[in-house]
Design a protein around this ligand. Structure first.
Ligand code: NAD
Ligand code: ZN
Length: 347
């Protein structure tokens, strides 16, 4: 009989998830079995938990399925043909499993692979004692990083990828939306030499996180006009916007706040179609980047460099650590907006 393990499983098409005993997976050829140490909760996990229309369409056909994708752990066993990683290595994982055969993959643009399969979305995830991952997706984590920090490298990679759309050195940078990824972005923009960082966020708890991460100006876009405030503070606008909210108002504000010739990097995902003043974007000559996932592996290399060099410390954003069993308390904190990143301790 297979050994059993704990897992948080999406079992029914509706709000919720269950902590269950399920069989421990076995690594196939090219795979590694990881004993999960810590895992952090993403907005995507929240969407799966609450079961919105996206979750219904993407995950509905596959339930029951184990949730979670952000983690660090230790390699427990490897399948046939795995030699780049060894039992005992502490690892995190690139959560996008790519095909290597489509045209974007052949061009090295793995982040836009046409056949991407995502951990915890398209297959079983890491809210469990063990997870099986293709060994090629694993990234050895520098020993100086804490387990909590190592568990949050994947979302940090979203921030680093967005910040790397263009060099930020010497630039005035606006970050809109200070969820965990926006908060990471404030630190990354500073580490990349931004001269001034402006953070826009309606939630006071999260706004203050931006301050802790080094933002020079904290702006409440509900209480004041964001564009008016930015123009007052800069005279002519910011050089770059990292859009991390997906909120339609923030996206239009990004266009209005950026100086002609500047750029916007859009990571935030709007829940629906958005109406924008594209003439403003065109006549200001703005470069607008859509950012998805992480560059494999350039983003990971830059993350390691920033963290190992001590140029970036993301630990203030990891505001809560709970046991795996207390997963629903983590969801509650996220829904109340009373947290940065919530980390679950597994082993
Ligand atoms: P989050 O939901 O925790 O944070 C979003 C923040 O935006 C919240 O704190 C919210 O209060 C704030 N906000 C709402 N309206 C705003 C406004 N008008 N102006 C400024 N801020 C506003 O999300 P997160 O986990 O930090 O992720 C950030 C965004 O990136 C989300 O939209 C998420 O869906 C998206 N995302 C995209 C990718 C990708 O590959 N493109 C990957 C991960 C996450
Ligand atoms: Zn591909």
């Amino acid at each position: 009989m297979a050994e059993m393990m704990r897992a948080i499983v999406k079992t029914t098409p509706g709000r919720g998830a269950e902590l269950l005993e399920v069989p421990r997976p076995e690594p196939g050829a090219g795979d590694a079995l990881i004993r999960v140490i810590a895992t952090s909760i993403c907005g995507t996990d929240h969407h799966i938990y609450e079961w919105n229309a996206w979750a219904e369409g993407r995950i509905g056909p596959r339930i029951p399925q184990t949730m979670g994708h952000e983690f660090c752990g230790v390699v427990e066993a490897v399948g046939e043909g795995v030699d780049q990683i060894a039992v005992g290595d502490r690892v995190s994982a690139e959560t996008h499993i790519v095909c290597h055969t489509c045209i974007p993959c052949r061009r090295g643009q793995y982040e836009v692979c046409l056949n991407t399969s995502i951990l915890g979305v398209d297959r079983d995830g890491c809210f469990a004692d063990y997870i099986v991952v293709p060994a090629e997706n694993l990234w050895k984590t520098p020993p100086e990083l804490s387990d909590n920090v190592a568990s949050a490298l994947e979302p940090l990679g979203n921030a680093v990828h967005t910040a790397m759309a263009e060099p930020l050195e010497g630039k005035r940078v606006l970050v809109t939306g200070i969820g965990p990824i926006g908060a990471f972005s404030v630190g990354v923009a500073k580490a990349h030499g931004a001269t001034e960082v402006f953070a826009s966020e309606p939630n006071p708890y999260r706004r203050s996180l931006a301050g802790v991460m080094g933002a020079d100006h904290l702006i409440d876009p509900i209480a004041t006009s964001l564009t008016g405030t930015i123009m007052e503070l800069t005279g002519d606008g910011v050089d770059a916007v990292l859009e991390m909210s997906g909120h339609p108002t923030a996206i239009q504000d990004a266009i209005s706040c950026v100086i002609p010739g500047g750029h916007i990097a859009q990571l935030g995902l709007p829940p629906d179609r958005v109406t924008l003043d594209l003439n403003e974007l065109i006549f200001k000559g703005i470069r607008y980047y859509g950012i998805v996932g992480r560059k494999i592996w350039e983003t990971w290399e830059e993350m390691d460099r920033l963290l190992a060099a001590g140029e970036l410390d993301i630990s203030p954003v990891l505001t809560h650590t709970l046991e795996l069993e207390a997963f629903e308390e983590g969801i509650r904190l996220m829904e109340a907006g009373e947290c940065g990143k919530v980390v679950l301790t597994v082993s």
